[in-house]
Ligand binder design. Structure first.
Ligand SMILES: Nc1nc2c(ncn2[C@@H]2O[C@H](COP(=O)(O)OP(=O)(O)OP(=O)(O)O)[C@@H](O)[C@H]2O)c(=O)[nH]1
Length: 352
């Protein structure tokens, strides 16, 4: 059987397992595995793009087949995820531009193989690119099958994405945070400036976790009613999301509380971002209510600590900002160095 012939039962099996998934990131990983296995290619990448076609994340699936001692083939699969500052190789970048213009696959013969870049669509919008190299490019049958797989993926992705979004604000919801954070934590935590730079990373920055909470929101509800309260929540959430990069992650954490994960080179830089968010809200005149303010607590994501601990640090910092009069942005390390906040260690009496 030629390598260009795709076997249907394994493909259907792969599609079946893809649609059994309940999380968008796992679905993306599963798509890469499916394409890799179906097309017989060992390296498949997914470059996620925002509405301005900037690359905001990358997943790479690498498959290798090795013979074990008994001479039996063993397949190992590795997924690499880059959440920010993705470096796209020049040939991929050139083909991605073609795909952006045509919404059709684009190919390039390089070094005896064909680089293929496919459009990844979501609700008619180009939301990413799939890239891989294959000896002779794609046959017509392979093109048709890949097109079908990508359609199933896109439909299922939008269903899943809806379930991970907060209905009122459209931000990621608490469920998405709870299911995603354990998986992304090792990557975020090990990405600090202190780490040796890797192939795709410059490691010129740290990741930071911020908790943002609307001040005296109960008064807004009590004075103007829940409908106005909801409108304020929606407007604040849009402004908050607007102040972060597209590749940052912003969640509705609780009622009037948001959680953001961003990268910045220093404490001063992250505080600049937080000040920008705070001033944007403070400077806006909200319908009926007028002025609304928010308080912010931010903590550096440190490899030594769990997500739970860093959230607790940011939360404690936020609480201090509230205690000091609200409408301010504080950073955990800075408060600590000033002696304004006891250090927070899980299992120690200081936390509780
Ligand atoms: N309208 C509306 N209100 C909500 C929603 N979720 C939570 N809230 C309200 O948010 C308010 C939060 O109140 P508190 O936790 O006392 O905090 P606060 O009044 O903002 O005071 P500080 O945080 O201390 O500044 C409560 O009145 C909740 O009912 C929502 O989805 N819509």
């Amino acid at each position: 059987m030629s390598s260009n012939v795709i076997k249907l039962p394994p493909l259907l099996e792969r599609l079946g397992s893809m649609t059994a998934i309940r999380d968008t990131e796992l679905l993306e990983q599963s798509l890469l595995k499916t394409l890799g296995a179906v097309l017989g290619v060992n390296d498949v990448s997914l470059y996620k793009t925002d509405e301005y076609q900037r690359c905001v994340g990358m997943l790479n699936q690498h498959r290798s087949v090795v013979l074990d001692r008994e001479g039996v083939e063993r397949v190992t699969e590795r997924i690499e995820t880059v959440y920010q500052n993705v470096e796209v190789p020049a040939p991929e970048l050139a083909l991605m531009e073609n795909v952006r213009l045509t919404h059709k696959p684009s190919t390039w013969q390089i070094d005896g193989s064909t680089l293929v870049v496919l459009p990844l669509m979501n609700a008619r919008r180009l939301c990413g690119h799939i890239a891989f190299r294959k000896a002779n490019g794609l046959s017509d049958t392979e093109h048709a099958i890949v097109h079908g797989v990508l359609e199933v993926y896109a439909n299922y992705y939008s269903l899943l994405d809806d379930s991970q979004r907060d209905q009122l604000t459209g931000l990621y919801n608490r469920h998405a945070l709870d299911t995603g954070i354990e998986r992304m934590w090792p990557l975020l935590a090990q990405h600090g400036k202190s780490q040796a730079p890797s192939r795709r990373r410059t490691a010129e920055y740290d990741y930071w976790l911020a908790m943002l909470d609307i001040d005296h929101f109960k008064v807004v509800n009590d004075t103007h009613g829940h409908v106005v309260g909801d409108e304020i929540l929606l407007l604040v959430s849009r402004m908050v999301a607007d102040c972060f990069r597209k590749s940052d992650l912003v969640y509705r954490y609780g009622g009037e509380e948001f959680l953001a994960i961003t990268s910045a080179a220093s404490e001063a830089d992250v505080l600049d971002v937080m000040e920008r968010v705070r001033l944007r809200i403070e400077g806006h005149r909200f319908p009926q209510v007028g002025k609304v303010t928010i308080s912010i607590g931010v903590a550096r994501i440190d490899a030594q600590y769990s997500a739970h601990e860093i959230i607790a640090r940011a939360d404690r910092t936020l609480y201090q900002a509230k205690r000091d009069g609200r409408n301010r942005a504080y950073c955990y390390d800075l408060l600590q160095s000033e002696g304004a906040l006891p250090s927070l260690h899980f299992g120690s009496a200081e936390l509780f």
